[in-house]
Design a binder for this molecule. Structure first.
Ligand SMILES: Cc1ncc(COP(=O)(O)O)c(C=O)c1O
Length: 350
């Protein structure tokens, strides 16, 4: 096995998750799909704050923030952001103040080109992630649009800085060069686990702010691991996603002091995107039911449900051959399922 030519140990990092996360064979799911062997990498059950992919990024992001003297973290997202919830939990554990600037309506979030979908209703606004944010002690600021969120962020920084606090902002989805290191570490972990299990052709994940896919892309390239990284968009167009991956890979490579690798092994698809972020289509609910009924695995309608729908469609159309071994990276998101409670109870019975 190739050794990775970088030293992650020189980056500040705080322990937040339980590693390695389980890698589970899913024979009933594989059989239902009539083909590829599917393994699920359970980053949804990595511990803190109900778990999810952000913990890997936050280990590095909060490590850097603490080294910078931070006592307050501000971050952004939609009302049902999983990133915000995991940041809130991590801040609770580390004794940091957490301010979440959440945006309610269709808008471009600060620092992002991604559109959020209009959602409202009791479940979406008062259950799931947003309820857990409060439970973990975060201060939640729900804004109507991007301009409101930007103004709220500025006000928080001014107020808290003049009160003598050291405020550090984290990017949407925890995706910047530092956050990418979390999924670079995940690629190494996964490669080591698979060495004892199976030769793998493909890694499938959801792509939103792109840090997860970028980390896997960079990690697999630096490891010289001949595997396809297949990212299913949940919000942006394919060219936007590809550009985000390239930018993040290049930022992380610069931090690591290595040349950014070629990304010929990375694929992006929008086959399950539907009408946009946060809008599940019938095939997404089908995927959620299939994983639930064959393996007892819960997906969510915003991220993992879409990635699974893309995987299922690719298998059914023959784009993923039945002979392949595929790792589906389960990036979490369970609380978001309850934000969709009225639809969920209907769809769960479908
Ligand atoms: C459950 C879940 N899966 C996948 C993603 C996408 O990860 P990334 O933003 O790194 O592309 C997110 C991002 O918010 C998420 O919450």
């Amino acid at each position: 096995m190739a050794e990775i030519p970088v030293d992650l140990a020189r980056f500040d990092r705080v322990p937040l998750g339980n590693w390695p996360t389980p890698l589970e064979d899913c024979p009933r799911l594989s059989k239902a799909l009539g083909g590829p062997r599917i393994l699920v990498k359970r980053d949804d059950v990595n511990g803190l704050g109900v778990g999810g992919n952000k913990l890997r990024k936050l280990e590095f992001l909060l490590g850097a923030a603490l080294a910078d003297g931070a006592d307050t973290i501000v971050t952004f997202g939609g009302v049902q952001t999983n990133h915000g919830r995991q940041t809130a939990a991590a801040c609770a554990r580390l004794g940091l103040r957490c301010e979440l600037v959440l945006t309610r309506q269709v808008t471009r979030l600060p620092g992002s080109r991604s559109l959020t979908a209009p959602r409202d209703g009791e479940a979406y606004e008062r259950s799931g992630n947003v309820a857990l944010d409060l439970l973990f002690g975060a201060r939640v600021h729900v804004c109507d649009d991007g301009a409101h969120a930007e103004a709220t962020y500025q006000r928080i920084v001014e107020e808290l800085s003049s009160a003598g606090r050291k405020v550090v902002p984290l990017p949407i989805g925890g995706s910047d060069g530092v956050g990418v290191l979390g999924y670079l570490a995940a690629a190494i972990e996964l490669r080591d686990q698979l060495a004892k299990v199976a030769k793998t052709n493909r890694i499938v994940c959801a792509i939103g702010s792109a840090g997860t896919a970028a980390g896997l892309a960079l990690g697999t390239a630096l490891l010289d691991w001949p595997v396809i990284v297949d990212a299913a968009s949940v919000s942006n167009t394919v060219p936007e996603c590809s550009a985000d991956i390239e930018r993040l890979v290049s930022d992380a490579a610069a931090l690591l002091g290595v040349r950014a690798p070629r990304l010929d092994h990375v694929r992006v698809t929008d086959r399950a995107l539907g009408d946009g972020y946060g809008l599940p289509t019938p095939v997404v609910w089908d995927a959620i039911r299939l994983f639930g009924r064959t393996e007892g695995i819960t997906l969510d309608p915003v991220y993992t449900g879409k990635a699974a729908a893309a995987l299922i469609d690719a298998v059914r159309t023959g784009d993923i051959p039945a002979t392949e071994t595929v790792v589906f990276v389960h990036t979490g998101g369970l609380p978001g399922l309850f934000g969709y409670a009225p639809e969920l109870i209907e769809e769960a019975q479908g």
